[in-house]
Design a protein. Structure first.
Length: 83
């Protein structure tokens, strides 16, 4: 059962990272691995910020997308500052 949780984390991370990259219009810059990485980190950030107010997998995807969008926004600010 432990491997299934890890695989589910990667699937939600990939989906959340892809959705967030589309929302932030960074999809052309990011590849699949970056989407997974952003989505997984965004999932932790979103869960920390929002908690588990709703139950189920759908709330996990929403909190991961919100966290990923915030993460990409901060990354964009850092990249623009360097230019």
């Amino acid at each position: 059962m432990g491997n299934l949780g890890f695989i589910w984390t990667l699937i939600i991370g990939a989906l959340a990272g892809w959705i967030a990259s589309r929302i932030m219009k960074r999809d052309a810059e990011m590849g699949g691995i970056a989407n997974i990485f952003t989505g997984v980190l965004g999932g932790y950030l979103g869960n920390w910020l929002l908690g588990n107010y709703m139950g189920g997998k759908f709330s996990q995807i929403i909190s991961a997308v919100v966290g990923s969008v915030i993460l990409l926004f901060i990354l964009g600010l850092i990249q623009n500052r360097k230019k």
